[in-house]
Design a protein around this ligand. Sequence first.
Ligand code: ADP
Ligand code: MG
Length: 564
Amino acid sequence: STQAETFEFQAESRRLLQLMVHAIYSNKDTFLRELVSNASDALDKLRLESFRDKDLEVDTSDLHILIETDRQNRTLTVRDNGIGMSRDEVQELIGTIAKSGTAELLQQLKETNDGAAARELIGQFGLGFYASFMVADRVTLLTRRAGENTGTRWESTGEGTYTLETVDEAPQGTAVTLHLKAEDQEDSLLDYTDSATITDIVKRYSDFISWPIRMEVEHTDSEGGTTRQLETINSMKALWARPKEEVAEQEYHEFYKHISHDWNTPLETIHLRAEGTIEYQALLFVPSVAPFDLFTRDHKRGVQLYVKRVFIMDDCEELLPEYLRFVKGVVDAQDLSLNVSREILQQDRQIQMMRRRLVKKVLSTVKDMMSQDPDRYAKFWDQFGQVVKEGLLNDVDNRDQILEIASFESTHDPENRTTLREYVERMKEGQDSIYYITGSSRSKVENSPHIEAFRDKGVEVLLLTDPVDEMWVESVPEFDGTPFRSIAKGQVDLDEKDEDGEDGERAQREQEFSGVLSWMTTKLADDVKEVRLSSRLSTSPACVVSDSNDMGPTLEKMYRAMGH
Ligand code: ADP
Ligand code: MG
């Protein structure tokens, strides 16, 4: 074996570690969930890789997780015979936090002095492997990647540096050993060398893990002596295959945390079972907080595909459209081949049918939330509304459903958003359109001259301020028979229609101003198409409007910025 080399943690990792070491998170038991979760992922990966790569020489006959405790030395080891890591992988995966959003997280933490808020932020981010440092003052990881001859030993006290050493002898897979903090150092610390404590924690957080989690469990016999016996301490039952009535909410939540790597409880759980021509089970979750990378290009979609209980792939894009990319979960299909590849999935009719059904189910779940729990729905829309609206552009089949579950800011209420249905119900007699204005912020559009006459006459206007709004209003003509109409485009004159005699008066005024209007039209010929007399203004003297067929100003700006 080689000499151990010392490395520095990347700055961002170091700061997160500091937070960990100083135990900012209150529920310390969760470290075990993170280690077991990583071990389970590693076993999934090995099974998959050995399946795809027949030349890989590995024994996959007894894939499992083993938890070992040592009272004397106060250590706890979580061992798996999964995929393992190469030296480079250890350095890349354990030495850095590669997750996007770390920088933003730390920035937000810096701005927060409130401990509870900081906890919440970290919880949202998830700490994975680093959670070990909540309970350990030294962590050793010994690993050998499947197919490689030498192993790697990583060790750190979580204080800025770690060491790496190449070792000749290492079992394939990964063993993480925690050198537990002294109990008196942290009064909230349980005895993690006690097999009953560990059994409890595993049952609480990791019961559904599909691999056996084994441990030597202590039993007291009738004569009062203790015996130790190797046992599997989790039930290994796939949660999604169990009947809904039998699954406790807590179990759903722990499962969500395992697959999503999010420490918050989900906002909504969807458990469905399809029988008949195509058989599958799905367990989907709507998170309560949007991940930091929801709008980055490489954001992963959260649905895992299983076939008959066997993990096939993460991030299965074919199962849900892009605009539902925040949904996490598992879909387990009965009739697909274990060999399926992404290429096959794209054309598979079964998958397409499943996708249609899942999309409808997610949308209808949101609709139910809207009627049954408006506060929860409001939370949902705060977090994911912008993404869902992308569906108005791309998913024409479900457009009506999406419009039904959408809500928008409007001049009706400065505090609460309105649904389109509510807007239509409030429409004045004679009003035939849903009026909207787009722009970059509520205050900007509220102060726009376009809105004056509408305000004066008490006509409600939707205030569309998300970038995506500018796009969908171009392609969605109406909601349930009522057309959308921009108040910043074309001729929107509120009076003409409903008030008799206006036309005559207007013609007279136009006559009166015709000289000025044609003079202005000539003067401004390079900049505008036409100068018109308007009844839409009450205090501003003039405003610029687009032609009905033109792009809105925000869209125009966007195209210009893109170089069109
Ligand atoms: P996450 O699981 O969210 O990716 P973690 O901090 O828990 O974040 O782990 C970081 C990465 O380290 C994992 O994605 C995985 O690639 C690697 N890793 C951690 N534990 C193991 C393990 N037991 N076997 C193989 N790889 C592991
Ligand atoms: Mg993890």
